[in-house]
Design a protein around this ligand. Structure first.
Ligand SMILES: Cc1cc2nc3c(=O)[nH]c(=O)nc-3n(C[C@H](O)[C@H](O)[C@H](O)COP(=O)(O)OP(=O)(O)OC[C@H]3O[C@@H](n4cnc5c(N)ncnc54)[C@H](O)[C@@H]3O)c2cc1C
Length: 387
C-alpha cells in the first residue's frame, strides 16, 4: 500500500495551485473581485477561459481531441488544487459541470462523430456543456422523469421541462435526458445531445441561489424539439448507465474542489487564530478554538483519503458506487461543518460578508444536495450493504 503521490503528481498539483492563485482570484474586467462577482451573481468567464488555456477543461480528454489525457487521480488532484487556490467555488462548479457531466458522458458513451464534433471545442472553452436531468417533479427520483422523446422517422421529438440545470444560461450543448418509453421506467431513459439554437429549446432566466452564485443555473424548456437520430448519446435506453457512470466521476472529482476549499479555510483560520488576540493572548491558545481547528484538519485528512481512494479505484477501472457515495456524503458534510467552524472562530467578523468567510458556508450547503442528496447517498450505502 502506498499513500504518497509521485513526484510528477506533486509537481502537477503544485502547478495547478500556483496557476489558480495567480490567475483565478482577481479578474481584469468588472466585476473584478470575488466579493463583487458573488454579489452580482456574475460568471467569471475570463477565469473559465484561462482554465481552458491552462488545460483544465480537457483534463480527462484524450490528446487526439486536444485534452491532457490525465487519469481520474490527476483530475481529482487538479480540482483539489484549484479549490485551494481559487476562492470562486462557483467558477469551479461550472467547470466541473462542463467537464464531468457533459464531456465525460460524451467521452464514455459518444460515437466517434459526436466526440469529434464536441470535445475539441469543449476543451478550448469555445462551447460550454451542461447536463439536464432534474425536473420539477423528478429530483431524487430522477428516473421518474416525464420529459419525452418520440421517434418519428429519422429524428426524435423532445418535450419536457428541466430545472436546476447548472450552466444552462451559458451552455451551448445540452445533454438532455428524456424517456423513449415511460412504461420501461429507468430502462426507457435516453440521453440526447441538443445544441443551443435548436428550435423549441429555450432557457429561462438564471435562478437566484444562496451560494455558488457565480455559477449560472437555469431552467430548460423543450417544446417539440426535433433532433436527428444521431443526437442520441450511446444507445436508446442507456440513459441510466450514462447517469450512473458520470455520477461516480462527479462524486470524486467535483467534491475535490470542496476538499481544496477546506484546505484554504484551514490555512486562513490558523493564521487568524494566531493573530487575533483576546484576554491578552492569541485565541488559538484557547482549547475551545484550537480543538475546532484540530477537527477541521481531521476532516480534511479523512476526506482526502476517501476521495482519493475513489479516484484510485476508478483509475484502475474498478467501479466504486459504495466508495463514491461515502466520499460524497463525507466531504460535503465536512465542508459544511468546517465552514461553520471557520465562521465561529472569527466571531462577529465571520458573520460579516466583508471578511469573505460566510460565502464558503453558503457554497457548502449546496454540496449536500447536488449529485444526489446526502439522504440518497445513505440509501445507496445501505442498499449496497444489503439493506
Ligand atoms: C446547486 C445545484 C446544482 C444542480 N445542478 C444540476 C444539474 O446540472 N443538472 C441536473 O439535472 N440537476 C441539478 N441539480 C438538481 C439536483 O440534482 C436535485 O436538486 C437533487 O437531486 C434533489 O432533488 P430535489 O431538489 O427535487 O429534491 P427532492 O428529491 O424533492 O428531495 C427533497 C428532500 O427529500 C429527501 N428525499 C427524497 N427522496 C428520499 C428518499 N427516498 N429517502 C430519503 N430522503 C429522500 C431528499 O434527500 C431531500 O432532503 C442541482 C441542484 C443544485 C442545488
Amino acid at each position: 500500500m502506498d499513500f504518497g503521490l509521485t513526484a510528477e503528481q506533486s509537481a502537477f498539483k503544485k502547478s495547478v495551485f500556483d496557476f489558480a492563485k495567480k490567475e483565478l482570484v482577481v479578474g481584469s474586467s468588472e466585476p473584478k473581485t470575488m466579493r463583487e462577482r458573488d454579489k452580482a451573481s456574475s460568471f467569471f468567464r475570463e477565469g473559465f477561459e484561462k482554465c481552458a488555456a491552462f488545460g483544465i477543461l480537457g483534463l480527462p480528454v484524450p490528446e487526439r481531441y486536444g485534452g491532457l489525457e490525465r487519469d481520474v487521480v490527476d483530475c481529482a488532484l487538479a480540482m483539489q488544487a484549484l479549490g485551494r487556490g481559487c476562492p470562486d467555488s462557483g467558477l469551479l462548479f461550472t467547470i466541473c459541470s462542463h467537464v464531468l457531466t457533459c464531456e465525460i458522458p460524451i467521452l464514455l458513451f459518444g460515437s466517434e462523430a459526436q466526440k469529434q464534433r464536441y470535445l475539441p471545442r469543449m476543451v478550448t472553452g469555445e462551447i460550454i456543456g451542461c447536463h439536464a436531468m432534474s425536473e420539477p417533479e423528478a429530483g431524487s427520483d430522477a428516473f421518474s422523469l416525464t420529459a419525452t422523446a418520440e421517434r418519428r422517422g429519422d429524428h426524435f421529438v423532445l418535450n419536457g421541462q428541466k430545472t436546476f440545470i447548472s450552466n444552462a444560461p451559458v451552455a451551448d450543448v445540452f445533454l438532455v435526458f428524456a424517456t423513449t418509453n415511460r412504461a420501461k421506467g429507468w430502462a426507457g431513459v435516453t440521453g440526447f445531445l441538443v445544441e443551443r439554437g435548436t428550435k423549441g429549446l429555450s432557457v429561462g432566466k438564471p435562478l437566484d441561489k444562496m451560494g455558488l452564485k457565480t455559477s449560472p443555473t437555469g431552467e430548460v424548456t423543450l417544446e417539440d424539439v426535433e433532433v436527428p437520430v444521431d443526437a442520441v448519446l450511446g444507445k436508446v435506453g442507456q440513459g441510466s448507465a450514462i447517469f450512473n457512470a458520470e455520477m461516480e466521476w462527479e462524486r470524486s472529482c467535483l467534491f475535490a474542489i470542496h476538499l481544496g476549499a477546506m484546505e484554504r479555510q484551514l490555512d486562513d483560520t490558523i493564521r487568524y487564530a494566531q493573530d487575533r488576540k483576546q484576554f491578552g493572548q492569541p485565541i488559538g491558545g484557547f482549547q475551545a478554538v484550537s480543538h475546532k481547528i484540530a477537527d477541521m484538519k481531521v476532516r480534511i485528512e479523512l476526506a482526502e483519503l476517501v476521495l482519493l481512494k475513489v479516484a484510485w479505484m476508478k483509475s484502475r477501472g474498478v467501479r466504486a458506487p459504495l466508495e463514491s457515495a461515502i466520499s460524497k456524503l463525507f466531504v460535503s458534510e465536512s465542508f459544511v461543518q468546517s465552514s461553520l467552524d471557520a465562521i465561529q472562530i472569527r466571531g462577529g467578523y465571520g458573520f460579516m460578508s466583508e471578511y469573505e468567510v460566510e460565502r464558503d458556508l453558503r457554497d457548502a450547503i449546496g454540496s449536500r444536495i447536488y449529485s444526489g442528496t446526502n439522504e440518497i447517498q445513505k440509501n445507496i450505502i445501505a442498499s449496497l450493504l444489503g439493506l
